[in-house]
Design a protein around this ligand. Structure first.
Ligand SMILES: *Cc1c(COP(=O)(O)O)cnc(C)c1O
Length: 439
């Protein structure tokens, strides 16, 4: 009888243990707060992992989706539905360049669509069409390589772990999907070398590496990547799953870093629908020279029958995403993300804590890196990483944060976070740091 089992016991007996979970059992949320099964309150500075971008149970999103729930939840993608079309239009406007959108259910799946787009481009096209004309070459060698970055994260599918530049996600799942080549992030000569032999067809990168510890791309590197891709007719792909749609204080992560650089395709997920599972890609309308002589827009390469999904882009979830975007616009939350992000960085730096090595922040993507010898100074048991230890201590003190690697804490509060919440989070962190053994 399930009634006699605790939540922890239910997981222990019935849920496949892919996660090392924290012992927190959450039951309810509102705005930037959540409550556990015993009624203990937490300030939520994880927001899923950059997912609930308007906090929990935003009243406008709840109302819009409640209405849609009573109208139409799901039909197959064999039919047209208005909310999907309207959301696609909105996302094209957000990118600010001609193109089209495909919907799926998650970040890993959005990236899969980018890999499939790259394969199509490499197998069936010669490259971008030249404005001067040019001609098709049906015998040119196929290009199949996708260049990705060390420290990146692109999801947990077989394609995703092959793309990801971290060995820990691949271990035990060999053989890897072929074609991915990993290079050092922010290293222009390494990129030029990797593209040298002409076998690569795309470069994929996160404008701000999230899982890798909040590392922004250098603007000059982004420009160099654009130049390499243009020179070799390769696709420049941005994984904006974590940094996109407002997180950095702009709609697009790349706009915060180098607004003059435009990608050929983008993936989104996490914050897009305020907590509901939705992924999407935007693909540019740049004309492509096909091997068979045709010229057509890149965004039409994935034509009928080439790709699909049962659930992607349902009217229910698209209506929620439209409302999330409307709230961000009407409540000026991009500006709020910039202002509160700056406030958080300044307040954290003012702590001058001997336990903190560095504060990194782009909008409300914040990384707090602990000092390298944190573990030995605190006499942590071997195998306990400083980031996990600190996250647990912060849980006890009523603050939810996300570990990133062994030494970094991520703060990803909702985009409508207020300065009172930021001050409270900083105070909780400060108290926990003060209670550590004196350095
Ligand atoms: C989380 C994440 C993914 C994977 O998204 P899922 O929805 O978990 O599949 C991909 N790329 C980046 C940058 C992410 O942060």
């Amino acid at each position: 009888m399930s009634a006699s089992l605790s939540t922890l016991e239910l997981f222990e007996h019935y849920v496949i243990p892919t996660y090392g979970r924290f012992s927190v059992r959450l039951a309810r949320g509102e705005g930037s707060r959540v409550w556990d099964e015993d009624g203990k309150e937490y300030l939520d500075f994880g927001a899923g992992i950059a997912v609930t971008s308007l906090g929990h149970c935003n009243p406008r999103v709840v109302e819009r989706m409640r209405r849609q729930l009573g109208e139409l939840v799901h039909v197959s993608n064999l039919y047209y539905t208005r909310p999907q079309g309207e959301l696609a239009k909105k996302l094209v406007e957000i990118v600010g360049a001609p193109g089209k959108v495909f919907f799926c259910n998650s970040g890993a799946e959005a990236n899969e669509a980018l890999y499939k787009l790259s394969r199509k481009f490499g197998n069936e096209a010669n490259g971008f069409a030249l404005s001067s004309g040019g001609s098709a070459n049906p015998d040119a060698p196929h290009r199949r390589g996708i260049i990705t970055m060390h420290g990146s994260f692109h999801g947990r599918t077989l394609g995703g772990i092959a793309a990801t530049g971290q060995d820990k996600v691949k271990k035990g799942f060999e053989p890897m999907v072929e074609g991915f080549k990993h290079i050092a992030f922010n290293d222009t000569p390494a990129l030029e070398d990797a593209a040298e032999d002409g076998s690569a067809v795309a470069v994929l990168l996160e404008p701000v590496q999230g899982e890798g510890g909040i590392h922004p791309v250098a603007p000059e590197y982004l420009r160099a990547a654009r130049a390499v891709c243009d020179r070799r007719s390769m696709l420049l792909l941005f994984d904006e799953v974590q940094c996109g749609l407002g997180r950095t204080g702009d709609w697009n992560g790349w706009d915060t870093l180098a607004p003059d650089v435009k990608p050929d395709a983008v993936s989104w997920a996490k914050g897009i629908a305020g907590g509901f599972p939705l992924g999407a890609i935007w693909v540019s309308a740049r004309p492509v020279q096909m091997r068979n002589g045709e010229v057509k827009p890149l965004c039409d390469l994935l034509g009928p029958g080439t790709h699909g999904t049962t659930f992607g882009g349902t009217p229910l979830i698209c209506s929620g995403a439209l409302e999330v975007i409307a709230v961000i616009e009407e409540e000026h939350l991009l500006e709020n993300a910039r202002v509160q992000g700056r406030h958080a960085v300044e307040s954290l730096r003012a702590l001058n804590s001997p336990w903190i090595r560095e504060i990194r922040g782009v909008g409300l993507l914040l990384g707090i890196e602990l000092v390298a010898d944190f573990g030995s100074r605190c006499a942590l048991p071997s195998g306990k990483s400083p980031s996990i230890y600190m996250v647990e201590r912060l849980h006890d003190a009523g603050l939810l944060t996300i570990p990133s690697g062994t030494h970094t804490l991520r703060w990803l509060p909702p985009l409508n976070v207020q300065s009172g919440d930021v001050d409270e989070a900083v105070r909780i962190l400060s108290d926990v740091l003060d209670s550590l053994p004196k350095a």
